[in-house]
Design a protein around this ligand. Structure first.
Ligand code: SF4
Length: 423
């Protein structure tokens, strides 16, 4: 895990795409609702959707914003821990006590029990997971509630419940109480990617299912296949397909479930032959990477090695030299040698940070145009300064609090993941 980033990092965009988006985060502050891709169905603690309104002052601070953040951080001291996701912009990440992927960060917060407030500079589902895993004495704040994940929003609880009932009818089981067959296996187990709402993790918890990350997806699928004939995998079709294919599952046994179509757009026969039912979801950042970009990188940089995230489409993963989680990408680059050239298919802020960390290598993003996570981008330093100033004043803005019954069931699915071990 990368820890303790306190220095401002000089970016080296060079061949890579821009970290900026055409519009500032204010453009997404749909008052009083959430912005698009912001997990809008998830309620705030009082069960209403009511993000705090960023005062105008914080939109106009310019460089003063950094002095405010530093002063508030100093005042709050050990009572505060700031978490920054790998994909977060550097102006914000520089204040993070821990930098990592969503699961690493949730666990990192556990190492700071004295911190009564966890400020999660990531997106909504990450803050939810931190709230589920943190102690009852800790609260979690997401500086801008409009920072959601468009992929997580592609599978909502209602659509998954409906799909489960349809699937139960096809496979002939009671959706509330599936029973193992003579082989001791269940007909189907739900598997949700970490990038999903707490409600879906809870769905998995109460239906014998499990959570996975991009690091342990193969281990989790093995766990599931030891207990069931097939899995329903949501929300990311690409992670599901890439992982199952690498495990030897034929593509014809991976029907796609499109929630807008009857039976997900499949025939009963397709579903009966299916082993991995893939939800029709994707990451808007990782689906931008293409085989053409890889070919271009190979032409322009002979000897380049290409590593991509498994949320990329299958042809891209197949054309790359390697595929892996953010942690695996970091390790791949750490294991490279000075002078090496590496093209990376993942979010630009992380790629630029790696390029700055290894200036003796040529590291660039495969997408030459634009590939920041537009929802993570909504955590502007102005929001961080505002929530910290409010904490100093004894007020709590933008708390993410998962309802206790949802948290209990979601934790069951998370605990199954933690207990799953590679064979
Ligand atoms: S990079 Fe993709 S999956 Fe990750 S938070 Fe952004 S939209 Fe969601």
């Amino acid at each position: 895990m990368s820890l303790s980033v306190h220095d401002r990092i000089e970016l080296k965009p060079k061949d890579s795409c821009s970290t900026s988006l055409p519009e500032g985060p204010w453009e997404f502050d749909a008052a009083p609702g959430y912005g698009p891709g912001a997990s809008q169905a998830d309620p705030t603690p009082d069960r209403t959707v009511r993000p705090g309104q960023l005062p105008q002052l914080y939109r106009e601070l310019d460089d003063d914003v950094h002095a405010r953040i530093r002063a508030a951080k100093e005042t709050l001291g050990e009572k505060l821990v700031i978490l920054g996701h790998f994909y977060q912009r550097d102006e914000v990440v520089q204040y993070a006590d821990f930098v990592g992927d969503s699961f690493q960060l949730a666990n990192a917060a556990l190492t700071k029990p004295e911190a009564e407030t966890i400020v999660f500079c990531g997106v909504h589902f990450m803050a939810e997971t931190a709230d589920i895993l943190s102690s009852a004495e800790q609260r979690v704040i997401l500086p801008n509630l409009a920072a959601g994940c468009s992929m997580a929003d592609m599978a909502d609880e209602e659509s998954v419940e409906e799909a489960w009932e349809d699937i139960a009818e096809v496979y002939g089981f009671d959706p509330e109480d599936p029973q193992p067959d003579a082989e001791g296996k269940l007909p189907v187990i739900p598997v949700t990617y970490m990038n999903s709402s707490a409600a879906l993790k809870a769905f998995c918890g109460r239906h014998g299912g499990i959570v996975c990350t991009s690091s342990n997806a193969a281990t989790v699928l093995e766990w599931a296949f030891a207990r069931a004939h097939r899995v329903l995998f949501f929300p990311d079709q690409h992670l599901g397909r890439n992982t199952a294919k690498a495990m030897g599952v034929p593509l014809e046994q991976m029907p796609m479930w499109n929630p807008r179509q009857p039976l997900g757009g499949n025939s009963e026969q397709d579903l009966l032959q299916g082993k991995v039912l893939l939800w029709h979801g994707f990451c808007s950042v990782h689906r931008r990477f293409t085989v053409d970009q890889i070919e271009q990188a190979r032409t322009q940089h002979p000897g380049v090695r290409v590593i991509v995230h498994p949320e990329c489409p299958m042809p891209v993963v197949d054309a790359a030299d390697a595929a892996g989680s953010t942690d695996a990408i970091q390790k791949f680059i750490a294991a490279s040698a000075p002078g090496d050239t590496i093209a990376v298919g993942t979010e630009i802020n992380m790629v630029n940070r790696l390029a700055a960390e290894y200036p003796d290598r040529t590291i660039f993003c495969l997408d030459p145009v634009i590939c920041p996570c537009s929802t993570m981008y909504r955590i502007h330093p102005g929001y961080l300064a505002w929530v910290l100033d409010e904490l100093v004043a004894g007020r709590v803005e933008n708390q993410i609090a998962v309802e206790s019954d949802v948290a209990v069931e979601a934790k069951v699915a998370l605990d199954r993941m933690l207990a799953a071990k590679p064979r």
